[in-house]
Design a protein around this ligand. Structure first.
Ligand code: AMP
Length: 196
């Protein structure tokens, strides 16, 4: 589940949360911890999340991380993977990324040419309004100030690993799979070191 995706849907559907979040998303800010935690709590209560889930974009603050520990108490282990990517590579990737206006599919990983329309539904591909460079730099500044402290928060846990996210998508995906497999075999994920 992606909190960003849930928020973008809420903005589209003009729900109370969407109306509150719209300007924040457009400016590259973070919605309040209260809203983010409420979204995750409700989503993880759904039947399809009972056997396990992957969280994307959450937690983004220490307060969210503390709430997550509480939400998933007695629900099994939390594996945390930090994808490390230099800021300039993040700016390069996001200025190239295009998303489908209709179904939200992302395009732009790798160096190849981008398709002109969505390969899933045929709709138009657009630059996300918060992917323009000045907003991305603001999001990165918030990331360093509020989200990076989570490396310290989770760093001492055997279920925390880091992966070099600047590698090609297929390599990153394979490393994630290997990291999870390693945990399942009972090995610590070696906090702070490459998990490949
Ligand atoms: P993302 O799709 O993860 O890049 O998120 C898009 C935007 O949604 C972010 O720039 C924030 O404005 C908001 N957002 C998503 N997840 C969170 C979160 N956990 N806490 C606060 N704001 C969030």
């Amino acid at each position: 589940m992606s909190t960003g995706e849930i928020l973008r849907e809420a903005v589209e559907s003009l729900t109370p949360i969407g109306l509150e979040a719209k300007a924040i998303l457009e400016a590259g800010g973070l919605v309040s911890d209260g809203i983010a935690i409420k979204i995750v709590r409700e989503r993880l209560d759904q039947p399809d999340a009972q056997l396990g889930f992957v969280l994307d974009g959450f937690p983004r603050t220490v307060r969210q991380a503390e709430a997550l520990d509480e939400i998933i108490k007695n629900r099994g282990s939390l594996i945390v993977i930090a994808f490390v990517v230099p800021d300039e590579e993040v700016v390069r990737r996001l200025s190239r990324r295009r998303v489908c206006r209709q179904c939200g599919t992302n395009y732009g990983d790798g160096q190849g040419e981008l398709p002109s329309t969505c390969m899933q539904c045929g709709c138009e591909l657009v630059l996300r309004s918060d992917d323009c460079e000045d907003i991305v730099r603001k999001r990165l500044a918030l990331y360093h100030r509020l989200t990076q402290p989570l490396v310290e928060f989770y760093g001492g846990r055997p279920t925390f690993g880091t992966i070099d996210g600047s590698q090609p998508l297929a390599t990153v995906a394979a490393t994630v799979a290997a990291t999870v497999a390693k945990y399942k075999q009972g090995e610590p994920l070696c906090a702070g070191s490459s998990a490949s």
